[in-house]
Design a protein around this ligand. Sequence first.
Ligand code: SAH
Ligand code: SF4
Ligand code: F3S
Length: 442
Amino acid sequence: MGEAKKLYIRTYGCQMNVYDSERMAEALAPAGYALTDVPAEADLILLNTCHIREKAAEKVYSELGRLKSLKAGNPDLRIGVAGCVAQAEGEEILRRQPLVDLVVGPQSYHRLPEMEARVRAGGRVLDTDFPAEDKFAHLPRRAGTPAGPTAFLTVQEGCDKFCSFCVVPYTRGAEASRPVARLLDEAQALAARGAREITLLGQNVNAYHGEGQDGASWSLARLIREMARIEGLLRIRYTTSHPNDMADDLIAAHGEEGKLMPYLHLPVQSGSDRILKAMNRRHTAETYLRLVERLRAARPDLALSSDFIVGFPGETEADFETTLDLVRAVGYHSAFSFKYSPRPGTPAAERAQISEDVKADRLSRLQALIDDQARAAQEAMVGRIAEVLFEKPGRLPGQLVGKSEHLHAVHAPADGAAPGDLRRVRIARAEAHSLAGEIRPG
Ligand code: SAH
Ligand code: SF4
Ligand code: F3S
């Protein structure tokens, strides 16, 4: 172990970045780094960035601007940019921002200790290769550190779908699945350290096809069924799924595997077939609706969420209204919606663009509809019993908060329960962003 140094990581973007940030902290621990929440105390600052929309990418440069004074006051401070902006912009970051010492893409985190030594010695390092090896094989989790009640576990990374708006296939590379044995080991270790719920992550998580212990290729459903046998692990979720990879065995698992939670994030992006085609989504609104029907036949109380893009190039008012129709037909528990953001290097960025005003108008109309549905889903819980996995203390003394099977935030007086406990809670009322209830005995 080296002398104690402090590492500050700021994470942007999706859950996979959250997972990666934990792995980076663990990779740097043997080099003597302990995490801090205070940037001014840090010897090394890493920005784990997101490139998905223009605003996300801009945040990096404004944050780097803010770090200038820290670096001026501490010549030993080293600053690194990781994540999808690092992958997409690479050397350009070093050119634009002299204060950056290190640019590291998502496939190279296992080489961080070696890179750290080079920047410590005064070098500037750029590593955005896509190496053939599994980076996670070289990023062991430290045994013994307690895990929270909920944990992320990346099982698949990258994307071969090339939706015409999206940077992910360029920033995360080709689809790759981690081997089953490693994932079961990691899940086992997480459960042993206190994790009660694991969310399996992938850009196209349901395209998972990792090598099984028997040498065969395993589907996500098979992985979930095997993981469900781990003692102490009470819940499994997965995200994000593509409609075209929703295999029969995965649909069936929703009806059969008790630990698999009845919640599915299944992005559709648009309700217009014309726009779906222009997005290169390779499915129609009708095939999506039929898929939703089959999922609900397998698991009638399945809660659905989605992502939507409004103002995609060529989207007319009529196209947009079919998106509203689709939302009405499905009935979502929640959904994210975004104004289309042209991304450099993607095909849709080259097309004629919709005006900002139109995008803003459509976004607010879609969000109003989604908010109505989310509120209705919350209110439908009043008077009912939810199974809640408590995660942490609530806002008020003596209170705990956690999540229901359907991913509703629920708070209740602790009544002897602690974070990590699964309890039946009678829902008394729906508040703005959560449900309030009381733990039932037994
Ligand atoms: N792999 C997932 C999520 C990808 S990114 C999937 O296939 O659905 C998360 C969401 O960001 C996408 O679902 C999409 O709705 C949105 N998004 C991606 N690129 C975008 C862009 N250029 N402009 C606006 N939203 C975008
Ligand atoms: Fe992006 Fe489409 Fe791949 Fe999802 S499926 S990561 S939206 S290219
Ligand atoms: Fe953003 Fe990269 Fe995730 S672009 S959404 S951090 S995969």
